[in-house]
Ligand binder design. Structure first.
Ligand SMILES: Nc1ncnc2c1ncn2[C@@H]1O[C@H](COP(=O)(O)OP(=O)(O)OP(=O)(O)O)[C@@H](O)[C@H]1O
Length: 361
């Protein structure tokens, strides 16, 4: 296992030496800790696969270096980096048995046969294909084949890291939960450094200790699921994590008060706003209540989604969502109350710290 350091990495596809290249990765400067379980989360086209392929050596970055345990591996091939990689679609040898497919990476490295057998049996059990061990892979379904790909990624215990690129896309939903839980358990047991690409927030939040949120070729926040929920660093994180996402309202700032369409909202402190920034107020729907006293609001509709109600409303001319417990009463003429401590202020889309309030970070 190794710490993976990305040292000022940037990447542009297409011919080298263009005056104004279009960067698929703008600037990534970050360390992935030895033994960490990370998810790279973001929408389609934000650069997740590009970043993963730079780590594995499938792609050479246009700028910057990549280090494993402090050693520069930028010029090294995938094989020389000693990485296991699992892709979105199955990569299996159809003419080999399921057992031999799993044994292949170990036999390739001349691991003693007794050890090969022990490891392959463990993995067969994990992916629930024990009864298929002696059958040729060509007869399997796409999702069984993908389980073999996953198993091949996990069979070696001596890799520097295991990289997963949306590995559960073709797996049925029930099996997804099981495999994800097993990956997590394997991580706890063996301490592999794991990097897992996904655009699915549930997948990212359940798998990873640290979620790396990417947007438009940049890492916008790295944090625990709780940090991403409570203190989104960028309005995109607020919007992308959570369902519905964070409310983002255009707001003016007057000391420790936000002004939204003429309504004054107390803040937990005085936000530090650089120069002429565009300012917004962010609050998650879970931290707004409908009360008898408070700010005027127009209710548009109430969606009952089982254990919760989502209230869609208009506040000071802007759309707003409120999440209520299923049994919560909505007063006859409801008003809005914000949980002051849960309000984040954004300047040019980035979260501003509150001066001296100890809420930064
Ligand atoms: N081989 C390529 N040549 C040119 N442009 C590319 C190539 N691969 C990716 N891109 C572009 O680079 C950007 C980042 O793509 P990337 O595949 O890394 O994103 P992603 O977040 O993994 O998306 P997805 O979830 O759809 O796979 C996109 O604009 C994409 O069109």
């Amino acid at each position: 296992m190794a710490r993976i350091s990305l040292d000022h990495i940037r990447h542009a596809y297409g011919p080298k030496g263009l005056a104004n290249p279009l960067y698929a990765l703008k600037e990534v400067h970050h360390d992935f800790d030895d033994g960490g379980a990370y998810a790279l989360l973001g929408p389609s086209g934000c650069g997740k696969t590009t970043l993963l392929n730079i780590m594995s050596g499938l792609l050479q970055p246009s700028h910057g270096r990549i280090l494993f345990g402090g050693k520069d591996v930028t010029e090294l091939s995938t094989e020389a980096r000693n990485i296991a990689q699992v892709f979105q679609f199955p990569v299996v040898y159809d003419t080999m048995t399921v057992y031999d497919n799993l044994a292949f990476p170990l036999r390739n490295r001349r691991v003693p046969e007794a050890e090969v057998d022990a490891r392959v049996r463990t993995i067969l059990k994990m992916i629930d294909l024990e009864s298929w061990a002696k059958r040729k892979a060509q007869g399997l379904t796409a999702d069984q084949k993908q389980k073999i790909s996953l198993g091949r990624g996990l069979v070696r215990s001596d890799v520097n890291a295991i990289l997963f690129d949306e590995p559960l896309t073709v797996i049925d939903p029930h099996m997804k939960w099981i495999l994800r839980a097993q990956l997590k358990q394997l991580h706890r047991q063996f301490g592999f450094t794991m990097v897992y690409v996904t655009h699915d927030q549930t997948e990212a939040l359940t798998f990873a200790d640290k979620v790396v949120v990417m947007y438009d070729g940049q890492i916008v926040q790295i944090g625990t699921p709780a940090e991403l929920f409570d203190r989104p660093k960028h309005t995109f994180v607020g919007y992308f994590i959570g369902s519905p996402g964070m409310n983002v309202l255009q707001a003016g700032i007057d000391g420790d008060t936000a002004i939204v369409g003429g309504e004054r909202i107390a803040l937990p402190g005085r936000p530090v706003i650089p120069g002429e920034a565009l300012t917004e107020l962010g609050i998650r729907p879970e931290f707004i209540r409908l009360t008898r006293d408070g700010l005027p609001v127009e209710i548009l509709k109430i969606e009952d989604i089982g254990r919760q109600k989502i209230v869609r409303a208009r506040f000071a001319g802007q759309p707003i969502a409120v999440v209520l417990r299923e049994d919560a009463d909505v007063p006859a003429e409801p008003k809005l109350s914000f949980d002051t401590a849960a309000i984040n202020i954004y300047a040019n889309s980035w979260r501003a710290d509150y001066a001296g309030a100890g809420l930064g970070g």
